[in-house]
Design a protein around this ligand. Sequence first.
Ligand SMILES: O=C(O)c1ccccc1NCC(=O)[C@H](O)[C@H](O)COP(=O)(O)O
Length: 224
Amino acid sequence: MEHDIKVKFCGLTRPDDVSAAVEAGAAYVGFVFFAKSPRSLDPAAARALALTVPPGVAKVALTVDADDATLEAILEAVPLDMLQLHGRETPERVAELRTRHRLPVMKAVGVAAAADLAALDRYAQVADQILVDAKPPKDAALPGGNGLAFDWRLIAGRRWPVPWVLAGGLTAGNLAEAVRMTGARQVDVSSGVETAPGVKDGGLIRAFGSAARDAGRVPDLTGN
Ligand SMILES: O=C(O)c1ccccc1NCC(=O)[C@H](O)[C@H](O)COP(=O)(O)O
């Protein structure tokens, strides 16, 4: 059966990036709040961008082990629809934030080997969605957004009780294969639509949106 692939364009920093993502069919747009990232925004800048996002496109705040004061400052300033937790937040912290802020929470989990799959099962019990990402290398400066893919065979045929998003090193060129192997119905991209870290490109965004539409037209043989 054919199905639409929902796309999350992450790490948008400029109004033109947001409009390109929306025109390319984004279901989600992601704003990064992590000072060490070249994609990081302060709440005022994120608010200005968020106000340009039309209804129907979910605005996601990506944070990394943020404390309560930081999260409250972000959520007070920026109209958001979802939190993406990209640090070492425990399942208890995920559950707590979900209740406290009354927002759906997506927990990112890094995968490099079969041993990492148990964490996906754990977080799928407490989060509204899970983001199945590549595990960053030990010396990586960032816990995500590294343009690194993992071995998709590790999750072939795996399913969780909540919606999930495939992430990590996706590009317009490898998306069809990634979807074919994993059966993903939602995908996330950041580096794959950039010309340099933090610099999105309208042409690459359009190409990714088009690749996602094409990938959704291919009959799904994974049982999803
Ligand atoms: O993008 C960042 O700079 C970032 C910083 C800290 C934690 C996570 C970060 N990004 C995560 C993402 O953009 C995506 O959710 C995911 O990791 C895929 O990224 P990419 O491999 O670059 O497409």
